[in-house]
Design a protein around this ligand. Structure first.
Ligand SMILES: *[C@@H]1O[C@H](CO)[C@@H](O)[C@H](O)[C@H]1NC(C)=O
Ligand SMILES: *[C@@H]1O[C@H](CO)[C@@H](O)[C@H](O)[C@H]1NC(C)=O
Ligand SMILES: *[C@@H]1O[C@H](CO)[C@@H](O)[C@H](O)[C@H]1NC(C)=O
Ligand SMILES: *[C@@H]1O[C@H](CO)[C@@H](O)[C@H](O)[C@H]1NC(C)=O
Ligand SMILES: *[C@@H]1O[C@H](CO)[C@@H](O)[C@H](O)[C@H]1NC(C)=O
Ligand SMILES: *[C@@H]1O[C@H](CO)[C@@H](O)[C@H](O)[C@H]1NC(C)=O
Ligand SMILES: *[C@@H]1O[C@H](CO)[C@@H](O)[C@H](O)[C@H]1NC(C)=O
Ligand SMILES: *[C@@H]1O[C@H](CO)[C@@H](O)[C@H](O)[C@H]1NC(C)=O
Ligand SMILES: *[C@@H]1O[C@H](CO)[C@@H](O)[C@H](O)[C@H]1NC(C)=O
Length: 260
């Protein structure tokens, strides 16, 4: 095990990210606490905010960890914030507001919704239940801008049920059209701001004209969904803070690679 170099890389990553926003600028909900996301064999690729990752590397779900030790049950949402509103409209066959995306005329798509997460002593999260929406890797359209994918870790109250905006949909298949127009702010409005977050960008590898895809016009009848501008802060995090050796985060995560 090359534990020393991996550990150092991880600590450097945590230190470098400590001061910067862990959610895309201007997006809601937001947090400045870093969620550990590591892709690749044995988690060899540690995510720093806004990193552009090769699409094939993101096809297998990452290892998720947190430096801070938390008690209780948590949940994770991974959401594409760069879905063209026109393509969402045609997938949804509907009208009405769309969850607000990052760029103009862009909405969201759920990629992963895992409830029932508990943290192990080494900082990694393991699932005690099946996913409400299994992990689906980024597959942005060719010639589109790189899409931004954000990961949010939330406290999961014992009585948690999906908020009205997101409820009553089947998210099981990663290709389900019902994954479009997923609202993270609706969740934070109910359970409080995310404890930690991180985000990546991924571009379609077959693009011949990267970044020049037309962003489209906001479709007629589409409006941004409304949200509380300042979700209730999660208070548990402050009291749960405790120093922990970062040494085992990824090393221990190796064993969890196929489980989370
Ligand atoms: C990390 O693992 C992936 C396979 O999942 C591999 O393609 C990639 O080259 C590895 N990266 C490094 C830096 O070792
Ligand atoms: C929209 O219509 C298409 C084609 O009939 C269907 O495959 C898809 O499931 C529909 N979307 C939703 C959200 O029901
Ligand atoms: C949604 O919000 C974005 C960003 O603020 C804005 O550019 C866009 O015009 C809005 N869309 C609609 C349909 O209001
Ligand atoms: C945890 O998630 C994996 C991958 O989605 C799944 O195969 C497994 O059954 C889940 N574990 C439990 C205890 O539900
Ligand atoms: C869950 O319990 C809390 C505290 O008792 C309560 O405020 C909240 O409304 C409940 N949520 C749901 C969805 O029942
Ligand atoms: C987006 O989801 C909301 C809440 O479920 C719904 O009211 C709205 O009609 C959806 N938008 C589209 C375009 O289907
Ligand atoms: C890129 O093109 C190849 C060949 O057509 C196809 O097999 C692959 O799925 C495409 N990749 C993406 C991410 O669209
Ligand atoms: C589309 O939007 C992105 C992000 O706002 C921007 O970087 C890009 O230049 C836009 N593309 C066009 C063709 O306007
Ligand atoms: C977590 O729960 C255990 C057992 O109830 C308790 O001893 C410990 O102090 C708690 N840790 C934190 C950080 O709250």
């Amino acid at each position: 095990m090359h534990s020393i170099s991996v550990t150092n890389a991880l600590l450097v990553a945590f230190a470098a990210s400590a001061a910067q926003a862990q959610t895309p600028p201007g997006s809601q909900p937001s947090t400045s606490r870093s969620l550990g996301i590591a892709y690749g064999s044995n988690g060899n690729t540690t995510v720093t905010p806004n990193i552009l990752l090769p699409q094939p590397l993101t096809l297998v779900q990452p290892i998720v960890s947190l430096e801070q030790q938390l008690n209780g049950t948590h949940m994770l949402a991974m959401v594409d914030l760069s879905i063209n509103q026109n393509s969402a409209m045609s997938s949804l066959n509907g009208t009405g507001p769309q969850a607000q995306g990052l760029e103009p005329c862009r909405t969201t798509r759920l990629h992963w919704l895992q409830t029932g997460l508990t943290q192990t002593a080494d900082g990694t999260f393991v699932n005690t239940t099946s996913a409400l929406g299994e992990y689906g890797g980024p597959r942005p359209p060719a010639n589109d801008i790189p899409h931004t994918y954000a990961f949010y870790l939330f406290r999961q109250p014992a009585n948690f049920t999906l908020p009205a905006w997101d409820a009553g949909r089947d998210y099981v298949a990663s290709s389900a059209p019902t994954r479009m127009n997923f609202s993270v702010t609706a969740i934070s409005d109910v359970v409080g701001a995310p404890i930690a977050a991180n985000y990546i960008r991924v571009q379609n590898p077959n693009s011949t004209a990267p970044g020049t895809a037309n962003n489209g016009t906001c479709p007629a009848g589409a409006t941004n969904g409304t949200t509380s501008p300042t979700p209730v802060p999660y208070t548990g995090a402050a009291t749960n803070t405790q120093a922990r050796s970062g040494a085992a985060v990824i090393i221990g995560g190796v064993a969890m690679f196929a489980m989370l």
